[in-house]
Design a protein around this ligand. Structure first.
Ligand code: HEM
Length: 491
């Protein structure tokens, strides 16, 4: 690699301090005599240490462990009848993007072979601002109300006393949340440990709204399918792969891009007429549900190709800030309560994690021209020379953007804290369990036992509640689980 980057400001041929003063000796501190003590006036030393001392920023509260890659999205099928999004305007249109894949629960340096959902986040740098699709590799989520999220994450994270992830805490928490059974039929299935980041699907998970130029709204779900196929690691494989290399998925992504074998995913959508949202056995705003593909077929939209590795891990992995609130004209939020909560949570955590001006960081800044009067603040490095920083003004030529259609559904209702009427917690997980072949069903049952129910601190009461929930998903699942619990004298 080139030693100097003449294009950057960081281009001196000799060492300097941060303020540019030449450093003639970068090895020895300034001492009284050869042996010391060190003089407090050794500014070179204190500056170097102070920078080092501050190298780490807070890791993400979830999804701390991840790998990013850059590339492009290309529209392959016309969807302009569904959305006026500029980046989806016609087949052939390409948009640069950055993607980040992640595990969820454990720390920034944790193994990438753990049983965990995988994050699947993409930032499209469109001509109308950044569109972030911040999804997972599992099409549903554990819970349906964001109020529950912090408690849920606490139960999955390590015990605050031992700092060890413990199954009894997971069993306990989710015994109160039957809506999570569907997600467990993914997490405790082979699906729960993807082979690496390339061989996994991605999902927008929430229901979003597409809006076309005439203002017509369509409910939509997003699906990404890898062209290299979907593959998983069984327990023994995961132990071996992770034991050899705790960064195997990051390495696989990096190496495949470096060798020119560019990972590619196809984007599909499922669409639903909002007028018909009440017609089904499930609530389409309920994030614990999938939309059956026989009723809502997958429709192709485009493809994502990742063909560039990050130039710098910190700048493009640690500083990248994805946020489901970042949508563009032609795409809107639905009433999904989880999505609505996320609209607040991501920007809030990123102001804490990266600072108030985090959207100025090169990886987060829009690539299109932009203009507003948001002003100053810590670490503001935007160079601005204008004298008018208020609106409206006869001296500032910038005007409102041309109007575009927004989600305009009519709302009415009482203020209340409530559970949705159509919970339907057990039908879809039951169907999913029955779709597994016998060996896969057996692996699923054993994982529920090993990871959650047979922990010595999981009580019999909690086991019976889980048994009740899983029996409602599928009777034979319940019977087989009960037999194994009895055999282990655990009921
Ligand atoms: C990351 C909160 C649900 C996918 C995060 C972060 C927070 C958070 C605070 C760290 C962000 C950062 O530091 O940049 C929440 C809350 C949720 C929720 C409050 C529910 C109300 C979900 C769901 C999904 C999801 C349903 C999947 C559809 C992700 C992904 C990341 C992430 C992929 C990592 C993004 C990256 O690579 O930087 N979440 N989350 N989250 N979340 Fe969520």
């Amino acid at each position: 690699p080139a030693k100097y980057r003449p294009s950057s400001a960081f281009n001196s041929q000799h060492w300097t301090t941060n303020s540019g003063a030449p450093v003639y000796n970068n090895n020895n501190s300034l001492t009284v005599g050869v042996g010391g003590p060190i003089l407090l006036e050794d500014y070179q030393l204190t500056e170097k240490l102070a920078n080092f001392d501050r190298e780490r920023i807070p890791e993400r509260v979830v999804h701390a462990r991840g790998a990013a890659a850059k590339g492009f999205f290309e529209v392959t099928h016309d969807v302009s009848h569904l959305t006026c999004a500029d980046f989806l305007r016609a087949p052939g249109v390409q948009t640069p993007l950055i993607a980040r894949f992640s595990t969820v629960i454990h720390e920034r340096g944790s193994p990438e072979t753990l049983r965990d959902p995988r994050g699947f986040a993409i930032k499209f740098y469109t001509r109308e601002g950044n569109f972030d699709m911040v999804g997972n590799n599992i099409p549903v989520f554990f819970i349906r109300d964001g109020m529950v999220f912090p408690d849920m994450v606490h139960s999955l994270k390590p015990n605050p006393k031992s700092h060890i992830q413990e199954g009894w805490r997971i069993a306990d928490f989710f015994s109160h949340h039957p809506e999570a059974m569907h997600m467990f039929t993914f997490l405790m299935d082979d699906w729960g440990v993807p082979k690496d980041y390339r061989h996994m699907e991605g999902f927008g998970v929430h229901t979003f709204v597409l809006i076309n130029a005439a203002g017509k709204e369509t409910l939509v779900k997003f699906h990404w399918k890898p062209t290299c196929g979907v593959e998983f690691l069984l327990e023994e494989e995961a132990v071996q792969v992770g034991g050899n290399n705790h960064s195997h998925a990051t390495q696989d992504l990096y190496d495949s891009i470096a060798s020119g074998e560019y990972p590619e995913w196809r984007l599909f959508i499922q669409t639903m007429d909002p007028q018909r949202a009440d017609d089904y056995a499930f609530d389409p705003m309920d994030v614990t549900k999938t939309w059956p593909e026989d009723i809502f077929p997958l429709q192709p939209v485009g493809r994502m190709v990742l063909n560039r590795n990050p130039d710098n891990f910190f700048n493009e992995n640690e500083q990248v800030a994805f946020c489901p609130a970042l949508v563009v004209p032609g795409i809107g939020y639905s009433d999904d309560k989880m999505l609505q909560t996320r609209i607040f949570s991501y920007q809030d955590t990123q102001r804490h994690r990266l600072g108030g001006n985090y959207l100025m960081l090169p990886v987060n800044a829009p690539k299109c021209s932009h203009h507003n009067n948001h002003h100053d603040g810590f670490m503001n490095f935007m160079s601005r020379t204008e004298e008018v920083n208020y609106f409206p003004s006869r001296f500032d030529a910038a005007r409102h953007a041309a109007p575009y259609p927004i989600v305009s559904r009519q709302l009415s209702g009482r203020r209340e804290r409530a559970v949705i009427p159509k919970e339907n917690n057990f039908q879809q997980p039951g169907e999913r369990f029955r779709s597994f072949d016998a060996a896969r069903q057996e692996r699923f049952i054993n994982r529920i036992l090993d990871n959650v129910l047979l922990h010595p601190r999981t009580t019999k009461e909690i086991r019976r509640i889980w048994l009740g929930m899983l029996s409602q998903c599928d009777k034979s699942l319940g019977q087989r689980l009960a037999a194994k619990l009895q055999a282990a004298s655990a009921l």
